[in-house]
Ligand binder design. Structure first.
Ligand code: ADP
Ligand code: MG
Length: 339
């Protein structure tokens, strides 16, 4: 999409186009309290991460619960304010912007939330949930809004006549479609989809993922698509980033990540993904991680994954591995990456 608009000279290469979203050295911390309500210090939820999302692209973001995925998405949208680092959207630095300046930028960046039961106001009709974002972004005519809401409901595969219904009258999958209609209503360029199918039945997950894909084709959207397992993002993503305890440990094109995962943590996540072929499934090695994810309040020294890694040695405790290229576009943060 921006490829066209920026190709004024007609000769701009795709990879010469600046990314839509550029995240550099992003760090987001939270104040935490102990049981008595006193300060227990600061927790680093996202620790010095960098990546980019191009216009029209899907970057999958995976990792266990607590790894900092939601905070990453929320920090891009400035819903959580970063402690340091940079977030540029279409060339505009967002971290220093005030509330009012963010309103216009937010039209272009929307969010779809994990839980379609709590993310919709139960007292509002579907029509007003979707229409309110249009009103907030300047569509003051009621009849124009009603028309547009009808179009949007149809676009997400819901009956336009349902604009009078309330969220509790809909199934989980239908509610998530309302959340998607609300997000695309204001014609954004970028959507953070935060585990949008995790709360849905398996049978509904695939349909919802297909909807995200067809809307992307139709509208040229870019997604940061968050999931806790690799199976969900495989089909949808152009590239995938893997997070562990606030760090990106691996990022690569889809084929490279699934075909030759380099970080032991990615390997362990991959071994949890079922393979449809029963013979391969029966014979393959399964990696089961031992121990819990350490607390981000007190992360391990050096490599954060070392306390659960079968390859870890003294070097891993002493030195944090930087994220380095193992091939073009494939970066991994490990002293002993898989071949
Ligand atoms: P994920 O989405 O990968 O499950 P989150 O980004 O939600 O991870 O959380 C990362 C870490 O930050 C967790 O340890 C979580 O408890 C903590 N955290 C997230 N939001 C807040 C907050 N508002 N206040 C305090 N701690 C938070
Ligand atoms: Mg989350």
């Amino acid at each position: 999409m921006s490829t066209e608009t920026s190709s004024v000279s007609g000769s701009v290469e795709h990879n010469a186009v600046a990314p839509l979203v550029e995240v550099e050295h992003l760090t987001t911390t939270f104040k935490v309290r102990d049981a008595a309500g006193g300060s227990a210090g600061r927790l680093t939820a996202v620790d010095d991460i960098s990546f980019a999302v191009r216009a029209g692209e899907t970057l999958g973001l995976v990792g266990e619960s607590g790894s900092g995925k939601s905070t990453t998405g929320r920090s891009i949208l400035q819903l959580d304010r970063p402690a340091s680092g940079s977030v540029r959207f279409d060339g505009v630095e967002l971290t220093g912007l005030g509330h009012r300046e963010l309103v216009e930028m937010r039209r272009r960046m929307q969010m779809v939330f994990q839980d379609p039961f709590t993310s919709l106001n139960p007292r509002m009709t579907i029509g007003s949930i979707v229409g309110d974002s249009l009103l907030a972004h300047g569509m003051s005519s009621k009849s124009e809004r009603a028309d547009r809401v009808g179009d949007l409901l149809a676009m997400v595969g819901l009956n336009p006549a349902w604009h009078v219904r309330y969220p509790h009258e809909l199934s989980g999958g239908q509610r998530q479609r309302v959340g998607i209609a609300r997000a695309i209503a204001v014609q954004p360029d970028f959507i953070v989809a935060d585990e949008p199918v995790s709360a849905l039945d398996v049978s509904v997950q695939a349909q919802t993922i297909n909807l995200f894909e067809s809307l992307q084709d139709e509208l040229g959207l870019a997604y940061l698509f968050i999931a806790h397992d690799l199976a969900v993002v495989r089909h949808l993503s152009d590239r995938v980033a893997v997070m562990y305890l606030g760090k990106i440990v691996e990022i690569a094109d889809n084929d490279d990540l699934y075909g030759s995962p380099a970080h032991p943590y990615t390997h362990s996540l991959m071994s949890a993904v079922p393979i449809p072929d029963p013979t391969i499934e029966r014979n393959r090695e399964r990696i089961v991680l031992t121990g819990d994810v350490p607390s981000p309040l007190n992360p391990p020294s050096g490599c954060r994954f070392r306390t659960r890694c079968w390859k870890a040695d003294d070097r891993c405790a002493a030195e944090a591995p930087p994220l380095v290229a193992v091939s073009i576009g494939h970066h991994v943060a490990c002293h002993y990456p898989e071949a």
